[in-house]
Design a protein around this ligand. Structure first.
Ligand code: ZN
Length: 388
């Protein structure tokens, strides 16, 4: 049945009547053909190319063969150079060695190449030379401040001419990997700025800068602060923001003139209780780990050593008077104590840490401080006190 229907249709279409019908309705079946295109495009660019080629041909006929060969070699060299520097560059209409490449792009490429040819060492030497010139300029003009900000220095220039006169030294935004020890010889230094360097450690020798009043070492890689820092009696400004410091020693209480303290962007859970006794006018502590939910890890104290508890018992009960024959070893243990943060009595060993919240201190609503108690009973008594 299906074959019969298809057969009828085929015979119907192949018939003369069908041909006439298709001829009558050509618009429905055939699209009009696009107008005939010329076999080859003759754009203005090609015309220019042709003219240039003909000019080149006439020029070549006038120039000796040796000169032409030299010119060809030079062009080939330039093209080879461009290809070698740009391996992914697609071949364009001027990629052929017979055609000259765009002269502007070649010159630009040469400039770029020359720029990068200046080695890193040369750059460092250039910057070091500039910084040394600055030192001499400072010396000759009898200036007491030296600004070497953003010289990208890996080490300092020779500061010998300024050792007796320099008061302010700005070394921020450099590449100093280590604390520059040379500064310890500048006895009159009062301001030291080391912001934005990759320094990991402050040497304990910083206490040698007896005149230091203002010290900025923010945006470095510090994890701890040395005890020598807290021996700087004249220090009134300390900026240690944006480091990796998780603990500030309670020795900070020794900085009796400290008025400005910036500890932002560190890993602090609380401030040492010694800060409460400082004459601070400005304190910044934002972007730290000061939320109570983050304290559990920090305040897990180790149990106290038995020898420390025994020494505490011996000392608080005044047993020294009863026992006259105390050996030197025991005397040494008994004399090695610090002051308890909670009861102001003797504390042997590190003690037991606790964090207490304080209200309305240094213009903060609530601020946590950590303390070290001398014994479990002292710890218990202090924690049971109402929030200060
Ligand atoms: Zn105590």
């Amino acid at each position: 049945m299906i074959f019969l229907i298809f057969g009828n249709i085929f015979s119907h279409l192949s018939g003369t009547k069908a041909k006439q019908k298709m001829a009558e309705q050509p618009k429905l079946l055939r699209r009009p053909l696009p107008p005939k295109l010329p076999s080859k495009l003759s754009t203005p660019r090609e015309k220019v190319g042709k003219e240039m080629a003909s000019q080149e041909k006439t020029r070549k006929s006038d120039i000796p063969e040796e000169v032409l060969q030299e010119e060809k070699k030079e062009k080939e060299y330039i093209i080879h150079y461009v290809k070698s520097t740009e391996p992914d560059r697609k071949e364009g209409p001027f990629s052929d060695a017979n055609n000259a490449p765009d002269s502007g792009s070649v010159e630009g490429d040469w400039e770029t190449r020359l720029h990068f040819m200046a080695s890193k060492k040369d750059e460092e030497e250039k910057l070091m030379f500039r910084s040394q010139v600055k030192v001499w300029h400072c010396f000759l003009n009898r200036k007491t401040a030296l600004n070497l900000q953003a010289y990208f220095l890996f080490h300092l220039p020779d500061l010998t001419p300024l050792m007796d006169t320099l008061v302010c030294l700005n070394l921020s935004f450099n590449n100093l990997l280590f604390f520059p020890m040379e500064v310890f010889n500048i006895k009159s230094l009062q301001v030291l700025v080391l912001r934005s360097n990759p320094i990991r450690k402050i040497p304990n020798d910083i206490h040698r800068l007896k005149s230091l009043k203002k010290f900025t070492i923010s945006f470095n890689l510090l994890a701890e602060l040395p005890s020598g820092l807290f021996l700087l009696d004249d220090l009134w400004y300390l900026d240690i923001a944006y480091n990796y410091i998780s603990y500030i020693p309670n020795d900070i209480k020794n900085l009796r003139k400290l008025e400005y303290l910036n500890t932002e962007g560190n890993q602090l859970s609380a401030l040492p209780c010694g800060v409460l006794n400082l004459p601070l006018k400005s304190l910044r502590i934002e972007n730290n780990f000061i939320h109570p939910l983050l304290w559990n890890e920090k305040i897990q104290s180790q149990p106290q050593k038995l020898i420390h508890l025994a020494a505490l018992c011996f000392s608080t009960n005044n047993l020294k008077e009863r026992y006259n024959n105390i050996t030197e070893d025991i005397k040494k243990i008994l004399d090695d104590f610090s002051v308890c943060d909670c009861c102001s009595g003797p504390r042997y060993g590190k003690g037991l840490q606790l964090i207490q919240m304080y209200r309305n201190v240094f213009k903060f609503g609530r601020l946590p401080f950590y303390f070290y108690a001398c014994s479990p009973s002292c710890h218990r008594n202090f924690v049971s006190q109402p929030e200060a």
